[in-house]
Write a protein that binds this ligand. Structure first.
Ligand SMILES: [Ca+2]
Length: 337
């Protein structure tokens, strides 16, 4: 297998012994993620080698049931996996793999617990023992138009931990940082729910972090796209779904405003805001996509109406919510000026 990502399973339709060699270009490393890894008996081993064959360093040997997802990384551009194959899918595991550039991360051998690879959903552990440059978590959602939500399971620790975690868009070490978000007009907020911009995020627990004990973040997926709309009228109203009744949970709604002629700008008045503080956000972007500069990010309650103005004829308004606590949401008016 030499695609940059893919998956395989131990369900082959018959009992036997299989092996897979995953290879990538020489400047890349490979992450492998096992989901519902189990073998039928203690004699049947799954083995993962940090190289091109069974003579390479053994990274993982496992038999029986592993209830949590497990991921591991190659040191170089090969991983070799030996596993029992089964005739029934119920007793099969699924393994996802992804190759990525090694640049920015150390190519030292992988240490279990030091970083990981998560597909769609799972759990991310921050441990003070594993804060080096090689301890980085790579998260992706393989479905189109899905948003990754990172939820802090120990928010009381966030005051210590917030600035030791760098969450960036994409898997590159120099991707746009989406946490912490510093607001220009208020003190920095302690963000407890973090929403991805694209289908991939990178989470780095920095070596200068000040976490006293283990903390964890839940990774979940939001099927966005269902409440996306385009607005082209010169004026209009934007409100969170169901407003003023409570908005939906697990949402990522987007309103793309594009007015004509192209010399116009957009003035947005946020008239009312009531969302769950630090979890459900309104974002206003100075352009038509989430890659555009952020003009405003707001959660909680608005005490005074707020105005933001774009520098072009395009603006994106985005609203995200997590799984718990839904409030009335927001009401906004826009006009072209
Ligand atoms: Ca919420």
């Amino acid at each position: 297998m030499n695609a940059s990502k893919g998956f395989f399973s131990s369900f082959s339709g018959q009992l036997g012994r299989c092996s897979v060699l995953i290879s990538a270009p020489t400047n890349q490393v490979i992450w492998l993620l096992f989901r519902q890894l189990q073998t039928k008996s203690l004699q049947q081993l799954v083995k993962v080698y940090d190289g091109p064959n069974a003579q390479s360093r053994l990274l993982l040997t496992h038999s029986g049931r592993l209830s949590v997802s497990q991921s591991l990384r190659s040191t170089r551009n090969f991983l070799y996996v030996e596993y029992p194959s089964y005739s029934h899918p119920n007793s099969a595991f699924f393994a996802f793999y992804a190759a990525m550039d090694a640049a920015g991360d150390s190519r030292s051998p992988y240490i279990p617990g030091c970083g990981g690879y998560i597909v769609d959903s799972g759990m991310l552990i921050g441990d003070r023992r594993f804060v080096g440059d090689q301890c980085v978590w790579y998260i992706e959602n393989r479905k189109k138009n899905h948003t990754i939500l990172l939820s802090n399971n120990s928010p009381t620790l966030l005051a210590d931990a917030s600035y030791s975690i760098v969450v960036s868009d994409g898997w590159s070490a120099d991707g746009a940082v989406i946490n912490p978000v510093i607001l220009s007009d208020t003190t920095p907020q302690l963000v407890k729910s973090i929403y991805s911009l694209s289908d991939k995020i990178r989470v780095h627990f920095k070596p200068d972090g000040n976490f006293q004990r283990l903390h964890s973040w839940t990774v979940s997926e939001i099927a966005s796209g269902k409440c996306w709309s385009n607005l082209s009228e010169p004026t209009g109203t934007i409100k969170s779904p169901n407003y003023p009744s409570p908005y939906d949970d697990m949402s990522d709604c987007r309103w793309t405003i594009r007015v004509q002629p192209a010399t116009m700008k957009i003035r947005l008045l946020l008239a009312a805001v009531q969302t769950e503080q630090d979890h459900d956000f309104i974002y206003v972007y100075n352009g038509a996509s989430v890659d555009s500069p952020l003009l405003l990010q707001k959660s909680g309650q608005l005490t005074l109406p707020t105005v933001v103005v774009s520098s072009t004829n395009e603006m994106l308004v985005r609203f995200t919510s997590n799984s718990m606590t839904q409030l009335s949401g927001f009401l906004a008016l826009y006009s072209s000026i």
